[in-house]
Write a protein that binds this ligand. Structure first.
Ligand SMILES: NC(=O)c1ccc[n+]([C@@H]2O[C@H](COP(=O)([O-])OP(=O)(O)OC[C@H]3O[C@@H](n4cnc5c(N)ncnc54)[C@H](O)[C@@H]3O)[C@@H](O)[C@H]2O)c1
Length: 322
């Protein structure tokens, strides 16, 4: 068994690679950035003999197909993508990376000459804004109504995954996270809850630049969920909502103050638009399909994240806020 992780240098990628190496698997990393700094922040795995790192673009069809075929890959965790702000600003480049890149992964699985299972990151951005649906949790049976190019790209990937199953019998699971938080989360529109936690650890002021409610999902749970899905033998092309803890941004600032009294209230403010994505989702289908999906309570995830940031600061390894 050999697992290819694309987007391995990123936040979810680093945690996923950590958890695969913790379990003793061989991991092939592929990312445009040769950056193992996030993995280094959360584990001692950098330099492991079971870790091979290749640098390149996910939209490079020839390279991705060769990696899978010649690299003995049996499982793919596909996380490489550019996030919502990039895709809004540069839809052509965003589409090449997020849509063509995902087609490359599936075509590589198809042409590998062995069975290859694919688990990929979709996104809750396939949902439109709250008022498009009414006040109810959305299940996988509801129709996506994405309000951004990024959401449309993720919806297209879900459709292409379905066709790769019906046409080529490639089993896959697409997971739809909302806001992932934890050490290593530093990019994208929804990184601010984590950046606020980092600011508290650093003792510097920070404004959370989005308001309203979000569904916050602890990165360790999210990585464990990706790993459990890729190790499962569920056949077919599935897409699942990922559900964590819904919290309003001022309430989040209040929780930070509860964990670091007298610090967070002084440093953290909230002001900005609401993310135009419905945040009420039904996550039961994933739990029914794949056993052991973790769900760390929000307060525990915040405490673990603040503690990790504090330890890194004490060791002189916590970079300033960009
Ligand atoms: N973080 C979240 O809250 C969240 C929510 C929903 C969905 N997702 C999805 O989860 C996945 C991982 O997100 P993340 O938070 O770890 O993001 P991230 O930005 O931290 O990591 C993405 C990684 O993809 C790599 N990448 C970007 N363009 C590439 C290219 N052209 N070729 C090769 N590699 C490239 C980047 O270098 C980066 O290391 C993405 O598919 C994202 O759309 C994330």
């Amino acid at each position: 068994m050999r697992v290819l992780v694309t987007g391995s240098s990123g936040c979810i990628g680093a945690w996923t690679v950590k958890q695969l190496l913790d379990r003793g698997f061989d991991v092939l990393c592929y990312d445009q950035e040769a950056d193992l700094s996030r993995l280094g922040l959360i584990s001692g795995h950098v330099g492991s003999k079971q870790l091979e790192v290749q640098t390149g673009a996910i939209e490079d069809t020839t390279r991705v197909k060769a990696l899978v075929k010649d690299g003995g890959v049996t499982h793919i965790l596909h996380l490489a993508a550019v996030l919502m702000p990039f895709c809004q600003a540069q839809p052509v480049q965003g589409g090449l990376i997020d849509v063509i890149g995902t087609l490359n992964v599936f075509e590589a699985a198809r042409d590998a000459g062995r069975a290859v299972r694919v688990v990929y990151a979709s996104s809750s951005a396939v949902w439109g804004p709250e008022d498009a649906y009414g006040d109810r949790p959305l299940s996988e049976k509801d129709s996506p109504l994405p309000g951004t190019h990024y959401g449309v790209f993720k919806q297209a990937n879900e459709g292409n995954a379905r066709i790769f199953y019906t046409a080529n019998s490639i089993s896959s699971i697409g997971l739809r996270p909302w806001t992932v938080y934890g050490v290593g989360r530093d990019r994208g529109l929804t990184a601010d809850p984590t950046l606020a936690m980092k600011a508290v650890a650093l003792g510097v002021p920070f404004q959370i630049r989005v308001s309203g409610h979000m569904d916050l999902q602890y990165v360790e749970d999210v990585a464990e969920t990706f790993v459990r899905c890729v190790l499962s033998d569920v056949a077919g092309a599935h897409v699942f909502n990922l559900v964590g803890s819904i919290v309003e941004m001022n309430a989040l600032a209040g929780l930070l103050e509860k964990h670091r009294p007298g610090v967070a209230a002084r440093l953290i403010t909230v002001s900005g638009p609401q993310v135009p994505v419905s945040y009420k989702m039904d996550g039961s289908a994933l739990h029914a399909a794949v056993p052991g999906i973790p769900q760390t309570p929000l307060e525990d995830g915040i405490r673990q994240t603040l503690d990790r940031f504090d330890r890194l600061r004490a060791e002189g390894r916590l970079a300033p806020l960009a």
